[in-house]
Design a binder for this molecule. Structure first.
Ligand SMILES: O=C1O[C@H](COP(=O)(O)O)[C@@H](O)[C@H](O)[C@H]1O
Length: 244
């Protein structure tokens, strides 16, 4: 695992945008396409806007990128809480990824049908490969959740399926989520975490005992890929070991 700590979310996002561009450039010299999983929530918005900016968007051959989502809130695409909607507003409407390569988790059909569709599509891509995605971007909530894997969730113990849906009682909505069984096969996984509000839980996730039922972010342990945590100073402030 490698920690990258920056002064603030702006500098963090700038450095991560640079890191992603270099990775995509390098990878596309060796293979035809690049598979990128986007995270939702509010943290990645600055990153997506940077990737869509004049400075970065020309660095990536977006025609050769395949886009997936880590999780989705089952609300209409027009709803501001929809993770795909956020990614379109900040990034995808501004770059040239062919529509056939953008794989949203559908919220216009029943969650179990959407899950079945997403599983089928992912199995077609990755059944015959050792790794799954080239890069998975993840966030973490201040309760230690990642993807739509919340503390105490009934799907947390599922080590078999690649995608699940789950009803979130607190938010009174279904969620659709990739599962660790697939995410942990990725070549590279990057968590992006900022803000003092997440400092305590981050310390527990990274330096506390292994208790993934309470801290689902601990379920993310790549089998043979790389795990990176891009943090700002405020989020990293309770960590003992920042490698410095
Ligand atoms: O609900 C979600 O939360 C996490 C963290 O979001 P943030 O707003 O704290 O950045 C996010 O990674 C996930 O994709 C999203 O559905």
């Amino acid at each position: 695992m490698k920690l990258h700590v920056f002064d603030n979310p702006e500098i963090l996002s700038e450095n991560l945008a640079e890191w992603i561009c270099s990775l995509v450039e390098k990878t596309l010299k060796q293979q035809q396409s690049f598979s990128l999983v986007l995270s939702g929530g509010s943290t990645p918005k600055i990153l997506y806007e940077k990737l869509a900016s004049e400075k970065y968007k020309g660095r990536i051959e977006w025609e050769r990128v395949r886009i997936f989502w880590g999780d989705e809130r089952v609300v209409p695409f027009t709803d501001n809480r929809n993770n795909a909607r956020m990614a379109f507003d900040t990034l995808l409407n501004k770059v040239n990824v062919p529509a056939s390569q953008v794989h949203i988790m559908r919220t216009d059909i029943e969650p179990n049908f959407s899950v079945a569709e997403y599983r089928k599509m992912l199995h077609a891509y990755f059944d015959s490969t050792h790794h799954s995605f080239d890069l998975v971007l993840l966030g973490m909530g201040d309760d230690g959740h990642t993807l739509s894997l919340f503390p105490g969730s009934p799907i947390i113990d599922d080590n078999y399926h690649w995608v699940n849906s789950v009803f979130n009682e607190q938010q009174e909505m279904y969620r659709i989520t990739l599962m660790p069984a697939l995410v942990n096969k990725a070549k590279k996984i990057v968590f992006m975490v900022d803000g003092e509000k997440k400092a305590q839980v981050l310390e527990k996730v990274l330096e506390g005992p292994h208790q993934p039922e309470k801290l689902p972010a601990q379920l993310i342990q790549p089998a043979s890929g790389e795990l990176h945590w891009f943090l700002d100073k405020a989020a990293a402030k309770s960590l003992q070991n920042t490698g410095k």
